[in-house]
Write a protein that binds this ligand. Structure first.
Ligand code: HEC
Ligand code: HEC
Ligand code: HEC
Ligand code: HEC
Ligand code: HEC
Length: 394
């Protein structure tokens, strides 16, 4: 299944994105005197899929801005980053499989942001979202606070602490379609909506940033604390477990045994799951783990390709979100209640349930050669003993 119903050759060349560092320097000058950098400008650091990231010349004091050079002095941070999805954003096999279906410049602009050619090689290929992508612009290392001991030129960008900074890559729309005569139609439909989900949540309202949850403070080897660069996400069991709690009840019905899940958001700063459009959560129930009896309910976004007629253009299809059954962020509405039916007569066995995180729907994963152990993480499990069948002795 293709991510888009349209191919790259139908896209207009992306609008030329001007290197964003001149305006950045202007605003960092302001930051020194007037506090936080305005959000819009922090977002301007990343073209959000519309172009490559231009880091500019090496800062004074650094011969190279390659991650392995930063690692010479920031070894602990570099080791965390190397184990993160940011470091493998281009080499990650799950991404590679999806990219093979639609090898668009749009994808490369975020997954290998400093690439220069059609097929990134060398550093961009190895390093993905690297130190320089996030920290280097126009001859300066950008940092949230000033440091006088650094051997390299620095600029303070207080906005590095803000969620708006992450939004530069974690909030974006489907790419537009190109009609006749160079007319471009934007879809204005979020492909990833994480920042907007966060902004409306309890975390967004009380100022708990992406960094607060995804860059926790950790101790370095010398005892100095820093923000972890491992960026735990959808593959981190401890983080996933912190997000939700699940209560389960059962009831006998004529057609079978009804299992009702009440899922409550806990330390969740956006929907569960968030991010990539194919992410999915599943609630499962079975008689004592018997695979043949397993029933499931999915929590996911759903999309449809809607035909749109534009005057003077050929018929185009525009991808629109038509449903969203995901668990909303903490602070947005009541707990989600989902029920499934285990059909047939009850068995003298416990009902086992699980709450799982999936990278993508099982059939899509199978078609892309991504096996269950990689695609599915069992987050929470439990067992309930259903009420004994009517008339049966206890
Ligand atoms: C030759 C050693 C060296 C290299 C190479 C180096 N740094 Fe640094 N960097 C330092 C030192 C020392 C500091 C000051 C640390 C302090 O103040 O505690 C620093 C400070 C920083 C800070 C600010 C830390 C703070 O406390 O706010 C950032 C961000 C940073 N470096 C990023 C980078 C990045 C990104 C690279 C690669 C492009 C890099 N550094 C390469 C030595 C180095
Ligand atoms: C996805 C973007 C991103 C990437 C990639 C990244 N950083 Fe950072 N880094 C940040 C942010 C955001 C902060 C500021 C966190 C804060 O102060 O709240 C930070 C903070 C730092 C600091 C200050 C130390 C501290 O107090 O936490 C250093 C030093 C640093 N980064 C070095 C590096 C190096 C070296 C690499 C590559 C190995 C790297 N960073 C990769 C986003 C990134
Ligand atoms: C230059 C673009 C860029 C920026 C800036 C950026 N990210 Fe990412 N981030 C990515 C990409 C691309 C991936 C996906 C890598 C993959 O799975 O292929 C990713 C992955 C992640 C993941 C892992 C998701 C998972 O499923 O495991 C987390 C968590 C994350 N980012 C948080 C952040 C936070 C917090 C910030 C801000 C401090 C940030 N990112 C800034 C591009 C970016
Ligand atoms: C209150 C804590 C909290 C805040 C704030 C928060 N997150 Fe998360 N994040 C989580 C938890 C818990 C998970 C795991 C559950 C999930 O996937 O939704 C997660 C998962 C993710 C994932 C992986 C999604 C997946 O299902 O694979 C990404 C990407 C991500 N967060 C990015 C962000 C960004 C960007 C922001 C800021 C706009 C942010 N987060 C703010 C707690 C938080
Ligand atoms: C504006 C930035 C951006 C663009 C453009 C973009 N991505 Fe991503 N992509 C991300 C971020 C951020 C994540 C992490 C979200 C998460 O983990 O759920 C991600 C995650 C993914 C994942 C999940 C990877 C994994 O390991 O599970 C796949 C697959 C993917 N992207 C494919 C693509 C393809 C194919 C394209 C082009 C058609 C594309 N992306 C364009 C930012 C982008």
């Amino acid at each position: 299944m293709a991510r888009f119903a349209w191919a790259e050759h139908r896209l207009q060349p992306p609008p030329r994105v001007r290197s964003s560092w001149p305006s950045l320097l202007f605003l960092t000058a302001l930051a020194g005197t007037a506090g936080a950098v305005p959000r819009a400008t922090v977002r301007g650091l990343f073209p959000g899929g519309r172009g490559t990231v231009h880091v500019g010349p090496s800062p004074r004091g650094l011969a190279s801005t390659a991650a392995r050079r930063c690692a010479d002095c920031h070894a602990d941070i570099a080791a965390e980053w190397r184990a993160s999805m940011h470091a493998s954003s281009w080499s990650d096999p799950v991404f590679r499989t999806a990219y093979a279906v639609e090898p668009m410049a749009f994808c490369r602009n975020c997954h290998a942001p400093t690439h220069t050619g059609a097929v990134p090689a060398g550093l961009a290929a190895d390093d993905g979202v690297s130190c320089e992508v996030c920290h280097v612009r126009g001859g300066h290392v950008l940092a949230a606070s000033a440091s006088t001991r650094a051997p390299h030129a620095m600029q303070v960008v207080a906005g590095l602490r803000s969620s708006a900074y992450c939004a530069g890559c974690h909030q974006f729309d489907f790419p537009g379609d190109a009609g006749r005569a160079g007319v471009r139609f934007d879809t204005h439909e979020p492909m990833q909506d994480t920042f907007a989900e966060w902004r409306d949540s309890a975390a967004g309202r009380d100022g708990t940033s992406c960094q607060d949850c995804h860059m926790p403070w950790v101790d370095g080897p010398g005892g100095a604390r820093h923000r972890s660069h491992r960026f735990p996400g959808g593959r981190d069991l401890a983080l996933l477990r912190s997000a939700v709690s699940v209560e389960v009840s059962t009831r006998r019905e004529p057609a079978g045994t009804r299992v009702t899940f009440t899922v409550t958001s806990r330390a969740l700063g956006h929907s569960f799951p968030t991010g990539d459009l194919f992410r999915r959560a599943e609630l499962t129930a079975s008689w004592d783990g018997d695979a043949a009896s397993t029933v499931r309910a999915g929590l996911a976004r759903s999309f449809a390709d809607v035909p749109t007629s534009v005057p003077g253009a050929t018929l185009t299809f525009v991808r629109r979100q038509v449903g969203d059954t995901r668990l909303p962020a903490a602070g947005l509405g009541a707990p989600v209640t989902v029920s499934v039916l285990l059909p047939g007569p009850p068995r003298a066995a416990p009902i086992r349930w699980s709450f799982d995180h999936l990278l993508m729907p099982t059939p899509l994963a199978a078609s892309q050669g991504v096996g269950e152990p990689r695609n599915r993480l069992v987050v929470l499990t439990g067992a309930v003993v259903p009420p004994s069948p009517e008339g049966a002795s206890p």
